[in-house]
Design a protein around this ligand. Sequence first.
Ligand code: GLA
Length: 729
Amino acid sequence: MKGFLPFALLFFSLAASAGDKAETVSIETAGSQMVLYVHPDGEVSFFHYGARFDDPEQVIGYKSYRRWDYGTEPPAYPARGGRHFNQSALAVKYHTGDINTELTYAGHTVSALSDDITRTVLSLRDSKTGIGVELYYDAYYDEDVIVSHAEITNGGNRPVRLESYYSSGIVLDASEYLLTHFYGAWAREMQLESELLTHGIKSIRSIKGVRTTHTENPSFMLSLNTETFSEEYGEVIAGALVWSGNYSIDFQVDETNRLSVISGVCPDGAAYSLDKGKTLHTPDMIYTYSCRGAGQASRNLHSWARKYCLYDPSSVAPSLLNNWEGTYFDFNEDILKGIIDNAASMGLEMFVLDDGWFGGKDYPRNDSDQGLGDWQVDPVKLPNGVGVIADYAHSKGLKFGIWIEPEMVSPESHLAKDHPDWIVKEDGREVTTIRRQWLLDLCNPEVQDFVFGVFDSTMQLADGIDYIKWDCNRHVESAGSAYLKDNSGFWFDYTQGLYSVYRRIREKYPDVIIQSCASGGGRMDYGALRYCNEAWTSDNTEALTRVFIQYGTNLIYPAVVCGSHVSAVPNHQTGNITPLKFRFDVACSGRLGMELQPSDMTDEEKDFARKAIGSYKQYRDLVYYGDLYRMGNPYKDDCYALMYVSEDKSRAVFFAYTIKYMGRTQRPLFRLTGLDPEKKYRISELNVGKSCFWGNGRTFTGSYLASHGLNLNMEKVYSSAVFYIEAEQ
Ligand code: GLA
């Protein structure tokens, strides 16, 4: 479409029905095409998503040679009812007790939202009940991304119950479907699992309400027609849901061997009452298609996210020191000032005061047992307030950030005693604690005001708060809201409540950098990242396990959102001991920070840190905004590498890590395929006396580096290297 559509021109307007002829709706990007097929009787089936075949008209009259009277053509948006027998994106229960919905074509529109974005809206209606669905498909031409969601309107004259209301569905036809998705737990997020789908339904979902991305993540990659996950080859479709609450992504290989994927809010216990005339907006589902393996799929998602989704990716947290692992709750003004001195002397640019500064005089936060909800400064630890710490940081040239957990309340707090009705619970049941805390009910507008107020008043604690770490250390149990009449709306309304608070905050504080943290990577999703500049990738700061966590995370989310810190050894989470250089080289492939007591470091270690932080500042723009090329896979390879390349391919930074001993005879060889074969590049290893590359400091053609590759002497476990690669003018 690009090039043909004048900006904002609506060139196809609503048609009443398909009439007696079939027609197609084609949604196109530079390298992909999605085609919906409108049958003469008004049914709309999902015809194609994958490589482009251009003229969609050529498929008019297509015959599948399957029984058409048997419900075997997959609907564009499958609703429960009629002939449809696969999983349903929409399931409606009517006041009559009826359960069928039959959606047919009511028209479609196409409009250009910009030079890059074309919006197609397909309208479907159930003529009996008045239920209407608008399916939105925004095609991002250059990024090869299509973003889709459904808006469901109750056009009948009585309320209805939406028993499921997924955002979107796609249907694929391949010989094999290799599903790659994520699993994990606290401090072990985004581990990779790949499996060949067989007949039946496979779901990835969370019903934890908040902190939904520790175990699974609402995202996936599907490698088509292959049993192997490949970085560089083959067709891959990746997806991610823009939502921070319960989700379900359901994959069904049916009797026709086609795969249907429906994605959206998890319907479990979440039926939604929709009054007459009301519309429910479902969250966006992002898709991308790549014919060049998982690597290109990630790059598509990353460049789309940086351009269209992330909250202001141009403002990235500076390199920082967070005091959590250095002090935990045990600090005072002098200790913090000492940390700030050290941070400044190593060249770090921000100090972040973590948990433990509040609770007032009655419930001081000396451990995780009390104080949440009472956001007054602890007068014993910080008798002169937070302002002096911020001022001190500023006087040393550092920015200042602070931790809050505004959705939570400790049973031991004034807030819990004053507002028991604000706590998520069901009457007559025990209110369980996790980490000795309860969750506040964001369905309730008063609680939304309170949570906004916590953020707002924290911002007033000092002149110049540059960064807020927003934590969330439990999930929902015994869901229930004293505010709602019908608790099955809890799940959807909680997340909407959270977003409404985020929106208010962003209106008032557009520039403060917000980190989305939920016991580490429990809120790593594109919904939260629309409001938060970054996420805390994991509470696991240990470099070896971080290689895996960051590898998984960066399949879907770009490095610019991944907080990544150097911590002490033995590591507090895993007990592992890795060299300081390895720890830095892993942390520098994301948004670098440190999280330790720097006074425990030797002078030699501080010197190394100074050097590594200094060189990071020279290349960090590549980590944030460059194209990511992964070389190998830490799950398979003993030595794993990645490279970020500038858009014009004139600069790159390359990281390599030996994560397993490979013996004396094998040595890693990395083909740098992301460079320009025509250019000559100078290769310089950073932060070492003796390089692990024989050609260090010399120039090589991009074609040599891509076809033969960079061979490195990295025999020992935890050897690591960072190379700066620059094209000669
Ligand atoms: C969570 C966060 C940590 C730290 C602690 C403080 O676990 O993920 O980084 O902030 O809370 O209690």
